[in-house]
Ligand binder design. Structure first.
Ligand code: E4P
Length: 294
C-alpha cells in the first residue's frame, strides 16, 4: 500500500501495460504513467510486429498507441497518463495542438506532452487555453521551466507538469538533480500551477533524492520502481546524502517568473536532440509510402 508519509506522486515510465499491471500488484498503488515515442517503440507488441518485418501505417501506429494508453488508463482510472505528440524540428505549434486534442480524446485522464521548444511552448499556451492538461517534456534548464510557468499562466493546479530530464543532464557531466532542486526553489515564488515531474531517472539514488527534495511527481522505469518496492518503498529523511560524484554543480539563478514566456532563453541542445531522437524512433515504426511510378 502507499506509504502514509509519501507526499510525492509515483508514476511508471514505460509503454507496456503488463509492466503497469505488475507494478500496481507489487506496490498496491500507482499515481500515473508517462509514455513517449521511444517507449512505445519498445512495447513488446510493436517489437514483435517489427521482427516479423511488418511496419505500421501512420493510422495503425496511432491506433496502436491509443490501444496501449487506453489499457493503461483502465488500470489507473484515477491516475494521470502522459501521451506525447509527434514533434520534429519542422512541426508547427498548430500541428502539435491538433494532435494533442485528438490524443486528449482517447482517454479521460490524459496529460499531453509537448516539447519545451519554442513551437512546443506556443502549442502549450494554446492547449491550456482550450482546457487541455499538459506535460512539458524535454526540459533541461531552469530558464525553460520559467518559460513553461509563463506560457501556462492561468491553468489550474494539477493541469500542468514540467518534466526535467535528469539522466540526460548527468550524461553531459552536469548534476541533473541540481536542476530539480533549482526549479523547485524557483517555483516556490510562484502560484503553484506547475508541478515538477522528475524524469529520465536512471538510478535508485535519483529516485531517493527526488523524494527527499519533494519533487511533486517522479516517473520511474519499471526495474527501479520494482527494486524500490522490494526494499519496502523507503522515503529518505534528513540523514540521506546524494552523492553527485564528479558531476559539475549547476548553480541556482534568481529568475523572475513574471516575464512573457518568449523572453526566456528557451533553446537547449538536448531539447533539439531529444526531439530528433523521439521522431526518429517513431518514424522507424512506420512504413514509408511507396513513390508513385510514372
Ligand atoms: C518521461 O516522461 C521521459 O520521456 C523519460 O523519463 C525519458 O527518459 P530517458 O532519458 O531515459 O529516455
Amino acid at each position: 500500500m502507499r506509504p502514509t508519509n509519501l507526499k510525492t506522486k509515483i508514476f511508471l515510465d514505460g509503454g507496456d501495460a503488463d509492466e503497469t499491471r505488475a507494478i500496481i500488484k507489487q506496490l498496491g498503488f500507482l499515481d500515473g504513467q508517462t509514455t513517449n515515442p521511444t517507449l512505445i517503440s519498445k512495447n513488446p507488441g510493436a517489437k514483435k510486429r517489427l521482427e516479423r518485418g511488418e511496419k505500421f501505417t501512420e493510422k495503425e501506429i496511432y491506433e496502436f498507441y491509443r490501444g496501449v494508453v487506453t489499457t493503461i488508463s483502465g488500470l489507473m482510472p484515477q491516475g494521470s497518463i502522459s501521451v506525447e505528440v509527434y514533434a520534429d524540428a519542422s512541426t508547427s505549434a498548430d500541428a502539435m495542438v491538433k494532435q494533442g486534442k485528438d490524443m486528449y480524446s482517447w482517454i479521460p485522464n490524459a496529460h499531453i506532452k509537448f516539447p519545451t521548444s519554442r513551437e512546443g511552448l506556443r502549442a502549450a499556451e494554446q492547449a491550456v487555453k482550450e482546457g487541455l492538461r499538459v506535460n512539458m517534456t524535454l526540459c533541461f534548464s531552469q530558464e525553460q521551466a520559467a518559460a513553461v510557468y509563463a506560457a501556462t499562466r492561468g491553468a489550474g493546479k494539477g493541469e500542468v507538469y514540467v518534466s526535467p530530464f535528469i539522466g540526460r543532464i548527468d550524461d553531459l557531466g552536469e548534476n541533473g538533480m541540481d536542476v530539480i532542486e533549482n526549479i523547485l526553489s524557483m517555483y516556490r515564488k510562484g502560484d503553484g500551477h506547475v508541478a515538477v515531474l522528475t524524469a529520465s531517472v536512471r538510478t535508485m539514488d535519483h529516485l531517493l533524492y527526488a523524494l527527499k527534495l519533494g519533487s511533486d511527481i517522479i516517473t520511474v522505469p519499471y526495474g527501479i520502481l520494482k527494486a524500490w518496492g522490494e526494499k519496502g518503498m523507503p522515503i529518505p529523511g534528513n540523514e540521506y546524502h546524494y552523492d553527485a560524484k564528479s558531476l559539475k554543480p549547476i548553480p541556482y539563478r534568481d529568475i523572475d517568473l513574471g516575464r512573457r514566456w518568449d523572453d526566456y532563453d528557451i533553446r537547449h541542445d538536448l531539447t533539439d536532440k531529444g526531439m530528433e531522437h523521439f521522431s526518429a524512433d517513431w518514424n522507424a515504426l512506420i512504413q514509408t509510402r511507396k513513390k508513385k511510378v510514372a
